[in-house]
Design a protein around this ligand. Structure first.
Ligand code: FES
Length: 575
């Protein structure tokens, strides 16, 4: 264990401890805010990066939680300072929050770097905020604890449980099919989101918060705590106390994150039936830590781990039930033989120590390995001439008949084209067709929007069809389901083979063989490629221009090339 830091070793000492003109300015301005030397002298300064905003329902409680964190920091002899960051509210931010994940990562890193901060508490949880905050914190390298926002309470409609996202898609199709009324639909709108907190299905938010915990970046059990549970503010206060000690111990992300901890995270992701989005984020977070992960690793680990979390959309229950069943520590206890228990975590103990007392209380919610809800892991990585760098699929959420399928393509050149066609009663489509959406990738979307769960054509919905094979270079919400092949890489916008598919071409998918094949000859594809014209860039100026010039493809984690792990960024000079 590294020797504990001394007060003069603190990073903030450079701002407050020197005897010069600038330090005078720093101290006098702190006094202007109402603090004096007793607040900061010799104390770790803890930056609370808060992604609260008035328009982020998932983070509505984070203003209050920041106060709980501050209480803990003060109890442990630290000095808390709250720093607001962009709040990526999944339902509201357009064209997609994914356009701004790297923005939040940059902001987190630079907020920490440019201020007199010694350690960080990261408050977030709505989809992209977890990877954004963590990517920035990894790159900055200060001790940090992520406090997950936690899932909201179960939805309710006429005594039936409603799950975020999953039940929206389900009842939207029921409405399109004429099976529920407008009044029913309005009642569902009232009942589906009953408290602050993130989506309470196993969507991207629940998946990423859990992955943060497996990686050792939260306190044990933190990711499963419902946002409205009294344990949630208590967890935040404990994190506030703990981060002060982490600064003295210099327990940085680099000492916590290893190839083994990422392998643990992927295995748990598979056991939870987690969101496909997590693959992109885990690759990006690992790369920030200097650890290369390939899609093949996800696929190989997926084959070793069954889905044991019986939570929607792959299963039946919701995150509140998962918490009562023992939460993530209990799920990891079931998987213990498959995990590296020696991985270090934020509380200074190993993963194995943290889950030693965990137990499953509801075996239908967290299943045993031999009662799995799906025998193999949640995610299959497919490759073939249609996706040379890979594509992903969640077979556990698809109708079994579509896991091996060959059908004719119906191609939509972009989202607007699809939206205009999909409701047409004369659309030439059958349940065996394969719906293909182009221009939904990182550059084409732009920002790789969650368009990958293409709607079933209305005439087929009315006929009772609820699943079809769908292929795109976009993503889909973790709360979505169906036979959707996503993240096709390289994307169509840069001339990947997806750009060359035409309506009527035959496409074959074989999940067991991990194969995705376009039945068009190489000669014909070469001809189409020669005739392909690159579309004009989406942005001429602003952040969007920087995004399109530096964004990586899905299999690389969609990070900006200049943000990946590499040479250290120097500490700011103070003059
Ligand atoms: Fe925030 Fe789903 S909308 S987590």
């Amino acid at each position: 264990m590294t020797a504990r830091k001394k007060p003069e070793d603190l990073r903030s000492h450079r701002w407050f401890g020197a005897d010069d003109l600038r330090s005078f300015g720093h101290r006098s301005r702190m006094r202007q805010i109402g603090y004096d030397a007793d607040d900061w002298r010799g104390k770790p300064v803890i930056g609370i990066i808060n992604t609260w905003s008035d328009i982020n329902a998932c983070h509505a409680h984070l203003r209050a939680r920041a106060e709980d964190v501050k209480r803990g920091v003060l109890q442990a002899g630290g000095f808390p300072l709250e720093l607001p960051a962009i709040s990526l509210a999944e339902p509201f931010v357009k064209p997609t929050t994914m356009l701004y994940r790297n923005f939040l990562a940059m902001e987190t890193e630079e907020l920490l770097r440019s201020h007199p901060i010694d350690g960080a508490i990261l408050l977030g949880g709505c989809d992209k905020t977890t990877p954004g905050l963590i990517m920035g914190a990894i790159s900055m390298g200060l001790p940090a604890i992520f406090c997950p926002a936690g899932p909201m309470l179960r939805g309710n409609w006429r005594g039936q449980t409603l799950g975020s996202g999953s039940d929206v898609w389900k009842y939207w199709d029921e409405k399109r099919a004429g099976k529920i009324t407008e009044a029913d639909w309005a009642d569902i709108e009232n009942g589906i989101a009953r408290s602050f907190g993130t989506c309470m299905t196993m969507g991207t938010a629940a998946t990423m918060m859990a992955i943060a915990e497996v990686l050792g970046l939260t306190l044990p059990g933190a990711s499963s705590l419902p946002a409205a549970d009294a344990g949630h503010p208590r967890m935040c206060a404990v994190a506030g106390r703990r981060i002060v000690d982490m600064v003295w111990e210099d327990l940085t992300p680099a000492k916590i994150l290893t190839p083994a901890s990422f392998e643990n995270a992927i295995k748990v992701h598979m056991a939870m039936g987690g969101s496909t989005n997590a693959i992109i984020h885990v690759v990006a977070m690992a790369r920030r830590a200097g650890i290369a992960l390939s899609l093949e690793q996800f696929d190989a680990l997926s084959r070793q781990v069954p889905v044991i979390a019986n939570v929607r959309p792959s299963g039946a229950h919701l995150m509140e039930d998962f918490f009562y069943a023992g939460g993530l520590p209990a799920l990891m206890k079931v998987l213990a033989d498959k995990l590296d228990g020696s991985a270090m975590t934020a509380n200074g103990r190993t993963l194995g120590e943290n889950i030693a007392r965990a137990e499953v209380f509801h075996p239908d919610v967290i299943r045993s390995l031999d009662q799995a809800i799906y025998a193999e892991g949640a995610t299959a990585v497919l490759k073939g001439n249609l996706a040379p760098r890979g594509a992903v699929m969640k077979p556990s959420a698809a109708e079994p008949r579509l896991r091996q399928h060959r059908g004719k393509a119906v191609v939509f050149r972009d989202y607007s084209h699809m939206a205009a066609e999909i409701e047409r009663d004369d659309l030439d489509v059958t349940p065996d067709h394969v719906l293909v959406l182009q221009s939904a990738g990182p550059k084409g979307g732009p920002g790789m929007p969650e368009w990958g769960m293409l709607p079933i054509p209305r005439k087929l919905v009315r006929a009772g069809v609820r699943d079809m094979l769908r292929i795109s270079d976009g993503r889909m919400s973790g709360t979505s389901y169906g036979a959707c092949i996503l993240h096709v890489s390289p994307e169509s916008f840069v001339g990947g083979p997806l750009a060359l598919v035409k309506t009527g071409d035959e496409i074959e998918v074989d999940v067991a063989q991990r194969r995705l094949h376009l039945h068009v000859s190489d000669e014909e594809l070469a001809k189409r490629k020669a005739a392909w014209v690159a579309p004009a860039p989406r942005y001429e100026r602003g952040y969007g221009r920087m995004f399109q010039e530096h964004i990586g493809q899905a299999d690389d984690g969609c990070d900006f090339d200049f943000l990946e792990h590499g040479a250290d960024v120097p500490e700011p000079e103070i003059h």
